[in-house]
Design a protein around this ligand. Structure first.
Ligand code: F0G
Length: 456
């Protein structure tokens, strides 16, 4: 059969509230042209993030009822710990309330003034936590990862030649760790190959540098390895994951992504000393080591979700449903990062809104237009999210201006996706009607969450 159907039935539904274009005009203005400032009720299709927005399974809801809420040594923790040990092969597991809590703890222990963290690409909160510790974040994405229009199998790979060069320049002692993000969220949800992870690990070991995985979307990455990398076609996702984690000294994870959970995260580690330092911080900031900022029921939902996510029927449907949008966009020559990624479609806003200069934020304009036209909420990943100012006050831009449409897991059906494609096409046809934006308010860190804009 050609049609890949959603591998689930729907047991419980939530209403979508509809708005008119005219209403959205007012709502967008009130939200200062920043989709983060919209009320969720005023959004028709919410593709702001795939984080914490998954539909849990009946098994996960059953797990919620089983949750053991003991302060210390709860059964739910031991189930959670076992699943993560089996998945990663790492002996130490620290629960946290979400990914950035893991990052805060880890970089407080390992980062700091005078150090740097090297990555294929650090995501926004990860970079912010590196910088907050006093360390510097350095992204070394492979060259093909920076060209949206040219497809390649593993555009999330790290540039290993650049890695060797930077290690030589900086000296190993000044490098807190190398962190590989799978899939590469800021760069199109693109996967990293096993060969690349192996090579990065080899270079790190040679210089005595720690290597970590940001494992938010590990299962999607493993599925791409199975599909695209030689030698993995007959390996199970669990075994691919085990190999992937075997190259690292530890990992951080936001369970809000590839664990189908609405909240949660963890750090998994091989080193006992680092674990002890992390646990000491955990007790101050998150909670006792057997719950770490979560309820027992959350630990259950995560443990079950981490197993469900590795089902190949699910991953096949997941990756295919994102690629399906890409095919629709191809019919109109709409620019996006090719191929489509694991959890999202990334429109190339620089090419899409090519009449708007980068300092007028083409990504933010496109994101606003998608809301105005069809009530779709997306997120800018470009100069608003990652832009910095030079000493003369001019904008320093990241390599790409993107708009991400991230799909919550198991939430939207094919007709929702068809609608999204229609709206993108409509905005594309009318793109010249949209003008630039300027910032009227911004915070010193992670400004995209709260920034306010005005039409120029
Ligand atoms: N690392 C990556 C690669 C992420 O995508 C995220 C979150 C985090 C770390 C932090 O995890 O949200 O649980 O604290 N990304 C979300 C997103 C927010 O929309 O992509 P968190």
């Amino acid at each position: 059969m050609k049609t890949i159907i959603e591998p689930f039935r729907i047991k419980s539904v939530e209403p979508i509230y509809f708005t008119s274009r005219q209403q959205r005009e007012g709502l967008l203005q009130k939200a200062h042209y920043n989709p983060f400032l919209l009320n969720a009720r005023d959004v028709i299709i919410d593709l702001l993030t795939d984080s914490g927005t998954s539909a849990m399974s009946s098994e996960q809801w059953a797990g919620i009822m089983r949750g053991d809420e003991s302060y210390a040594g709860s059964e739910s923790f031991f189930r959670f710990e076992k699943v993560i040990k089996d998945l990663t092969g790492m002996p130490y597991v620290i629960p946290t309330h979400q990914g950035r809590a893991s990052e805060k703890i880890l970089f407080t222990v390992i980062g700091g003034e005078g150090k740097c963290v090297i990555s294929n690409t650090l995501f926004d909160t990860t970079r912010a936590n590196v910088e907050f510790s006093g360390a510097e974040g350095i992204d070394l994405l492979c060259p093909e990862g920076k060209i949206p229009a040219i497809p390649a199998s593993f555009k999330g790979n790290m540039d290993t030649a650049a890695l060797s060069r930077v290690i030589e320049e900086r000296t190993p002692a000044s490098i807190a760790m190398v962190m590989i993000t799978v899939t590469n969220n800021s760069g199109g949800g693109q996967p990293v190959s096993m060969a690349n992870i192996r090579e990065v690990s080899r270079i790190c070991k040679q210089h005595g540098i720690l290597m970590f995985i940001d494992a938010c979307r590990f299962a999607e990455n493993c599925y791409f390895i199975k599909e695209r990398e030689e030698g993995y076609a007959h390996t199970t996702i669990a075994n691919i994951a085990k190999e992937l984690f075997s190259y690292a000294d530890g990992c951080t994870m936001s369970a809000k992504k590839d664990a189908f959970a609405n909240i949660g995260g963890f750090i998994a580690l091989k080193d006992e000393t680092i674990t002890e330092q992390c646990r000491n911080l955990l007790i101050i900031t998150e909670g006792f080591p057997t719950y770490g900022g979560l309820a027992g029921r959350d630990l259950e939902a995560i443990a079950i979700g981490l197993q469900e996510i590795m089902e190949e029927g699910y991953l096949k449907y997941r990756i295919r449903s994102i690629a399906y949008i890409g095919e629709k966009l191809d019919e109109y020559g709409i620019p996006y990062i090719k191929p489509t990624g694991g959890h999202a479609v990334y429109l190339d806003a620089k090419a899409f809104m090519d009449h708007i200069p980068v300092h007028e934020y083409p990504g933010q304009v496109l994101s606003s237009a998608l809301y105005l036209e069809g009530g779709i909420r997306s997120v800018e990943i470009g100069s608003v999210m990652f832009g910095k100012y030079g000493t003369d006050g001019s904008l320093i831009s990241p390599p790409m201006e993107l708009v991400r449409l991230a799909f919550p897991r198991r939430v939207y059906t094919q007709s929702h996706i068809d609608y999204v494609a229609e709206v993108i096409v409509e905005v594309y046809k009318r793109r010249k009607e949209y003008g630039g934006l300027k910032i009227t308010y911004e915070s010193p860190m992670l400004r995209h969450f709260t920034a306010q804009f005005e039409l120029i």
